[in-house]
Design a protein around this ligand. Sequence first.
Ligand SMILES: C[S@@+](CC[C@H](N)C(=O)[O-])C[C@H]1O[C@@H](n2cnc3c(N)ncnc32)[C@H](O)[C@@H]1O
Length: 230
Amino acid sequence: MDHSGAETASIAHRVFTFEENNTLPSLTVSIPEVLDPQYGMYVWPCAVVLAQYLWTHAEELRNKTVLELGAGVSLPGVVAAKCGAKVILSDSAELPHCLENCRRSCEANRLPDVPVLGLTWGEISPDLVLLPALDIILGSDVFYEPEDFENVIVTAAFLLRKNPKAQFWTTYQERSADWSIEALLHKWKVRCVHVPLEVFNANRAHLAGSALPGNHTVQMMVITLRTEDS
Ligand SMILES: C[S@@+](CC[C@H](N)C(=O)[O-])C[C@H]1O[C@@H](n2cnc3c(N)ncnc32)[C@H](O)[C@@H]1O
């Protein structure tokens, strides 16, 4: 199968509308999805939940520098950019079609200046080392393949060590009761706090006008550097 890009694939736009709140009007974004069974080609339920978390933290995001890891079609990154963050999107350096998807999502939402980088989890590449100072790292459904868990945490821990005040905001889908990242978090000296979905009004089967969360069990975590007293 040819995964080289949009010229050969069918694209459909999925629209998400985040509800107005006390201070902000509603936000509508349109995400081009590629009709292809590959992981990074369409929006995953975790992405809608993370995007809802971002929307409820919109004020906090303004002017922050935000990096999205494993962005795929980048719903969270696009929402963060619409909230006024300076966003950098990334996906595996080995998957150029996913990097193309990031660019396409930016174009569809009139975000011409968002850089897209190839960052492969676990690889300390020049692009990773040369990133600017970060405030927030995003990762939606990046903990889906147990053999990659440590590489994701290595990348996040590297970035948190370089940016000790930064936070890694991540959502994961419970796919197996056996999977756990606790030991890896301990090994790489980071800590995690679970954020209940009801805190940001995401405990719903429908979010942002989408039925994507459905009955999937999605969890939200904030991962930070472990300090002496944490
Ligand atoms: C389950 S998809 C989630 C995509 C998107 N974040 C979402 O929630 O809609 C996992 C993403 O991780 C990316 N990915 C897989 N392996 C990777 C690696 N080793 N380094 C960086 N990104 C990777 C895939 O290309 C894909 O975009």
